[in-house]
Structure formats: structure tokens, C-alpha cells
Design a protein around this ligand. Structure first.
Ligand code: FES
Ligand code: FES
Length: 174
């Protein structure tokens, strides 16, 4: 059995320790944010945050998450609410600024890659409050095991959404 904190809640998982974390999140914990794209750490669709760092859950085995904090797309609102010290009532009606920006900018096309894009944007903006275009491009291309791929070509919209999210975060989420 492996114990980890997923989206703020302690979870005990009975799956074998070498099960891909992606399978555990989707099949055992019924979290459908992370997607199975390539299964080879080559696309970014399966990304989650592990102790705040973006990882590819398709190649990360369950035991690597033992005792750690996993945040999926579903957990971004609560992550933001905790960071801002929001009340329970406010937290329940709050989206993470990255999610707000993705909606405002109508970023997704087919949407399949966008889980990974929002997870990567969250990691970036937690480290760099006001990233330049070059820093945004670097985050999505050279900072991890591979570039985050979008077969629909939403890259320009993603850059604009990250900049929008940075503005929202600078204003405290409004
Ligand atoms: S499914 Fe994990 S990187 Fe593509
Ligand atoms: S929006 Fe379709 S793959 Fe990115």
C-alpha cells in the first residue's frame, strides 16, 4: 500500500508500487484531468505537480509519490485557495487564476493537451510571478523531459493565457 496526499486529501492506494501514477490517478482515484497521450514522457498531457514540480505521471511509478503531495488539474482551485488563505466559502467558488485565464482567453481547441499546459503554467507562475515570453517558451519547451505538445497549435493562445494568469495572480485572483 502507498500513502500520498492528493489534492489536499490523504489517500491510501492498494495498487502495486510500480503502477504508473497516471493509472492510479485515473483508474483508482477517478481523477480524469491528467490524460494518457504518448505514455513515454514525450507530450506532457499526463502532467501533475509532485511537491510543486511538474512531472509526467505516465512514467512516474506510484512508489515515487509515496509520502508526497500530488496536485492534479482538479486540485488547482484548492491549491490556490490554500495559498491565498481563502475561507471555505470563497474557496468553493474559486478557480485557480490559470484556469480563469484559460477560460477568459478561450485557449483550448480540442482540449486534450490542456491539462498539461495548465499544470506547467501553474508551476511556472509559482516560481516566476511575471515571466517574459522567452521564459514562458522555455518552460513549455526545454524545462522538462520534453516539450509540451499541442497538435492543434494553441501555442500562441497559451502564451497569452499565461500572461493573463500572471496579471490575475498579481491582483490576488480577481
Ligand atoms: S502521456 Fe505522459 S508525457 Fe505523454
Ligand atoms: S488543444 Fe488539441 S492538442 Fe492541444
Amino acid at each position: 500500500m502507498v500513502t500520498m496526499v492528493v489534492n489536499g486529501v490523504r489517500r491510501e492506494v492498494q495498487a502495486p508500487a510500480d503502477t504508473p501514477l497516471l493509472y492510479v490517478l485515473r483508474n483508482d482515484l477517478e481523477l480524469s484531468g491528467p490524460q494518457f497521450g504518448c505514455g513515454l514522457a514525450q507530450c506532457g498531457a499526463c502532467s501533475v505537480l509532485l511537491d510543486g514540480k511538474e512531472i509526467r505521471s505516465c512514467i512516474t511509478i506510484l512508489s515515487a509519490a509515496a509520502g508526497k503531495e500530488v496536485t492534479t488539474l482538479e486540485g488547482l482551485p484548492a491549491r490556490w485557495a490554500k495559498q491565498k488563505g481563502l475561507s471555505q466559502a470563497d474557496a468553493e467558488k474559486t478557480l485557480h487564476p490559470v484556469q480563469q485565464a484559460w477560460i477568459e482567453e478561450q485557449t483550448p481547441l480540442c482540449g486534450f493537451c490542456q491539462n498539461g499546459m495548465m499544470i506547467k503554467a501553474t508551476e511556472l507562475l509559482e516560481q516566476t510571478a511575471n515571466p517574459s515570453v522567452a521564459e514562458i517558451k522555455a518552460a513549455f519547451t526545454t524545462s522538462g523531459p520534453s516539450a509540451h505538445l499541442c497538435r492543434c497549435g494553441s501555442y500562441t493562445a497559451i502564451i497569452e493565457a499565461v500572461q493573463f494568469a500572471a496579471t490575475v495572480m498579481a491582483k490576488g485572483g480577481k
